[in-house]
Design a protein around this ligand. Structure first.
Ligand code: NAD
Ligand code: 4PL
Length: 248
């Protein structure tokens, strides 16, 4: 196994399960010290334990500004700063347009967009203070391109994550910090398996150029590339990783 992230500290949010857990495992396999963070404290502990040496758990709700401050205070004490931050935590709803109300909209924007902002802001302030050339990788979604039904607030929040990524790339490049996004297609994650999205695989596979069911590892491998030195000349970009379901 290569150790292209050896000596680096990587934070993965929403890493108790699903795609985030696979990302944390992949970055640890590449040699990083990984902070497995999640609002689900027990799940984060279990995921860190399953990854083994090189992974620790720190619980945090990314939509809670005080919790994000506490997370980065602990990171400062234990690691100084992060070299890599993966904004993965989000809520993946299945809700018809007729049922979307203001409370739902605000909850999804608070977690999926404002949470991504809170973590990115705290992380990049700390990277700059500690002189780290950091990497921000944010998990958006190909639903932003497809306008997928039953997820209006989610689609809007993911478009916001892509916009935030472009703005951070522009403003933080001078500090050696890059910011990129990945747009996965439908992935057989823990959350999706437990939701009505699980019924969409046949339809999505029909649209894919390459056939098969998307797995968390398909995304984790691309995160590891964007976090590595091989991606040093890439910033402000959105890499679509969906077996060719959408082409833009
Ligand atoms: P999942 O539901 O399996 O896991 C999400 C994790 O995020 C959970 O452990 C949950 O506890 C955590 N989380 C939720 N709210 C949080 C908060 N406020 N603070 C901290 N942690 C929180 O989801 P997944 O399918 O693995 O999705 C991971 C990422 O990939 C998300 O950004 C999602 O939008 C994106 N994505 C998923 C798919 C898919 O088909 N699975 C497709 C495209 C994009
Ligand atoms: C194509 O991000 O990208 C369902 C659920 N289908 O969350 C997603 C597709 C879902 C997706 C997503």
């Amino acid at each position: 196994m290569s150790a292209r992230l050896s000596g680096r500290t990587a934070l993965v949010t929403g890493a108790a399960q699903g795609i985030g857990k696979a990302i944390a495992a992949r970055l640890a396999a590449d040699g990083a010290n990984v902070i497995v963070s999640d609002v689900n404290a027990d799940g984060a502990k279990a995921a860190a334990a399953s990854i083994g040496s090189g992974a620790i758990a720190i619980a945090a709700d990314i939509s809670d500004a005080a919790a994000v401050s506490a997370l980065f205070a602990e990171i400062s004490e234990r690691f100084g700063a992060c070299d890599v931050v993966v904004n993965n935590a989000s809520i993946v709803p299945f809700i018809a347009w007729d049922d979307v109300d203001l409370a739902h909209w605000q909850k999804i924007i608070d977690v999926n967009l404002t949470g991504t902002f809170l973590v990115s802001k705290a992380a990049t302030d700390q990277m700059r203070a500690k002189g780290r050339a950091g990497r921000i990788v944010s998990i958006a979604s190909n639903t932003f391109f497809a306008g997928t039904p039953n997820m209006a607030a989610y689609v809007a929040a993911k478009g916001g994550v892509i916009g935030l990524t472009r703005a951070m790339a522009t403003e933080l490049g001078k500090y050696g910090i890059t910011a990129n996004a990945i747009t996965p297609g439908l992935i057989e994650s823990d959350g999706v398996k437990d939701s009505p999205h699980n019924n969409a695989f046949d339809f999505v596979e029909m649209l894919q150029a390459v056939k098969g069911r998307g797995q968390p590892e398909h995304i984790a491998d691309v995160v590891a590339f964007l976090a590595s030195d091989d991606a040093r000349w890439i910033t402000g970009q959105t890499i679509n990783v969906d077996a060719g379901m959408v082409r833009y």
